[in-house]
Design a protein around this ligand. Structure first.
Ligand code: ATP
Length: 588
């Protein structure tokens, strides 16, 4: 398949911000893509070679890319460097330079998707002393044969600058339309994706065998499953309304969620957003085998930092010390942990997703041998409001955030946030209740002491139905001098030339970012707003929802991607329950 078909689609997509048009361009492309090639096209469209959890990075330094461009065009590094400094967009520079070249030479041959993909794959695998030279050779051979449009996109992909915002959900929509004829079937595609977390695999199956191939997508070892999530409730009464009379109340520990895949000696750990985090926890890899009675298993647990002397649970931030590349052994000594199992998704090769919570819990208790490192999450069965209150009291006294309430006959609903799992925290009763995890989408320059840094950030929630990031507030409080510096640095390489088409806001930020960084915010209330776009027109025509008195809590949610941020539905639920509290207070 000609790479020009992909490059043309990317070019059309760059020129529109309308979601429907974006999706239609993808549908047109998918319709003409053969099944063997579709996974490659899907990955390349997102600037990837494999799903994120496999950690295959193209990773080319701009310096090398510039050298390669110089080699294929005959134009000096100095001139390319100069152009790049002027425009700040390496893709544009590459197109322009190749344009100049094509005026003097003939193109050799059409480049294909297969060739681009395989060359980039070879580059990603290169290691060692001579790898930089080899990378340069591979890139310049591609650029030699590329048209200016193709070369521009290749340049963007290799330097990780393809910023079209083609998210997973947009691709699922387009696959559904292209291969099943309508968007109606998207939930089936989404289910398959939730089970395997690999859009390439889903795209290949649906393009080859249609929708029937997706219905029984199976859980597989070392293929992470998108995690099941919980809704918030404010009281035991609300929990009873949602889940019926009897349910399980588990401790809700404040740590890092981990999905542990084990097959014999091989162990891989995936984070909440399915990043491979095995290297941060060598103590789990070393010790967990002793606590598992089965050979091939997928488990979920909460990793919690503890005080080694007292055994007390320590706050989530302590685990940040484990996120380092070097001196991990020292961090393991200094910041000990426990692993607290709360679910089982595969047992001895058998899929457990459709098994009820009650049965999964039985399996868990049967296959885990507890010791001081590995524990089964404490759980009690509760029936009355008083029993829930007692469990909450107990959990909080033991250093937990609150309770996770789980419906006894519910299956594991991969990737879903549904009322089969509820979270109940003490602070839900005051003010807004829970904190929100919001995406930094823009910033405003600071004045006075904040000159030269950002004075305020523009934050968005996530609309997981249509894959957009509507703004919900501008936040300028809760920052220390240190955190302002940190944000300025972290955000530097997320700046975009144009606003990402998925961001919706009535405010014009001084700087726009790729919607990637997630931070935690508390607020006093949710109010109606004409400027912010969360849940626009849902409560009142012409109004969205905004946060009143938002404040940064100091927590950067490094383990969350922007698609894991607080959703519009969650904000609507919070808004409605806040209204109920106000009404209740007025009545008493
Ligand atoms: P979410 O993961 O729901 O998007 P979050 O990461 O902000 O939100 P919370 O809303 O505080 O976290 O609660 C959910 C998280 O609680 C889970 O992702 C998991 O990390 C953690 N957790 C702690 N104890 C349990 C438990 N017993 N069962 C399930 N999850 C638990």
């Amino acid at each position: 398949m000609k790479f020009s078909l992909v490059a043309d689609t990317l070019r059309y997509m760059e020129n529109t911000t309308k979601r429907l048009e974006l999706t239609q361009h993808l549908v047109d492309l998918f319709k003409i893509t053969p099944p063997d090639i579709i996974p490659k096209v899907v990955y390349l469209l997102q600037g990837k070679l494999r799903p994120d959890h496999e950690g295959v990075e193209i990773g080319i330094a701009e310096k090398i890319a510039i050298k390669a461009l110089s080699k294929s065009s005959g134009i000096s590094v100095k001139k390319i460097d100069h152009e790049y400094k002027e425009t700040g967009d390496f893709g544009q520079v590459a197109s322009k330079i190749l344009e100049q070249k094509t005026q003097t030479t003939f193109l050799n041959q059409d480049i294909t998707v297969e060739r681009v993909y395989e060359t980039l794959y070879k580059i990603a695998e290169l290691r060692g002393a001579r790898s930089q030279d080899m990378k340069m050779k591979y890139i310049s051979s591609l650029l030699n044969d590329a048209t200016p449009t193709e070369g521009g996109f290749i340049a963007k992909i290799i330097t990780s600058n393809l910023r079209l915002g083609i998210a997973d959900y947009t691709i699922l929509d387009a696959l559904s339309v292209a291969y099943t004829g309508s968007k109606e079937n998207r939930p089936i595609l989404e289910h398959a994706y939730n089970v395997c977390s690999d859009l390439g695999k889903v795209s290949q199956a649906v393009s080859k065998d249609g929708i029937s191939a997706l219905k029984d997508f199976q859980v597989k070892i070392f293929s992470p499953i998108r995690p099941m999530l919980a809704e918030r409730v404010k009281s035991p009464q609300e929990a009873h309304e949602k889940m019926g009379q009897e349910f399980a109340a588990e401790y809700k520990l404040d740590g890092e969620r981990v999905q542990i895949h084990r097959q014999g000696e091989k162990i891989i750990l995936y984070s909440r957003s399915l990043e491979n985090i095995t290297n941060y926890y060598p103590d789990i890899v070393e010790n967990i085998g002793k606590s598992l009675k089965v050979n091939e298993v997928i488990l979920e647990a909460e990793i919690v930092a503890i005080n080694d002397d007292t055994g007390e649970f320590l706050p989530f931030q302590e685990l940040m010390h484990r996120r380092r590349k070097y001196k991990i052994a020292k961090a393991v000594q200094e910041y000990p942990i426990t692993v607290n199992f709360f679910d089982v998704l595969l047992e001895d090769g058998k899929n457990c997703l459709d098994v009820s919570y009650k049965e999964r819990r039985k399996i868990l208790e049967r296959i885990i041998v507890e010791d001081s490192f590995a524990k089964v999450m404490p759980m009690t069965l509760v029936k009355t409001d008083n029993e829930v209150e007692d469990s909450l009291e107990n959990a909080i006294n033991s250093g937990c955030e609150g309770l996770m309430l789980k419906q006894l006959d519910s299956p594991y609903r991969a990737g879903a946030r549904a009322s089969n799992w509820l979270k109940l925290k003490r602070e839900y009763r005051n003010e807004l209740g829970d904190s929100l995890d919001l995406v930094v989408v823009g910033a405003f320059y600071g004045r006075g002491r904040r000159t030269g840094r950002y004075g305020a950030l523009l934050l968005s929630a996530y609309n997981d139905q249509i894959d957009t990031f509507p703004s919900i507030c501008k936040v300028g409080t809760g920052f220390t001098d240190g955190s302002l510096d940190q944000f300025y640095q972290i955000l530097a390489d997320k700046i975009t030339v144009k606003k990402d088409p998925r961001i919706e806001s009535g405010l014009e930020a001084d700087v726009w970012f790729e919607p990637e960084l997630v931070i935690e915010i508390v607020a006093s209330e949710i109010t109606l707003s004409p400027i912010h776009k969360v849940a626009m027109d849902k409560i009142r025509k012409g109004s969205g929802l905004a946060l009143r008195f938002p404040k940064f809590t100091g927590k950067i949610r490094f383990e969350k991607t922007s698609e894991n941020a607080t959703t519009i539905d969650e904000i609507l639920t919070l808004y409605n329950s806040q209204k109920r509290v106000i009404q209740d207070e007025r009545q008493t």
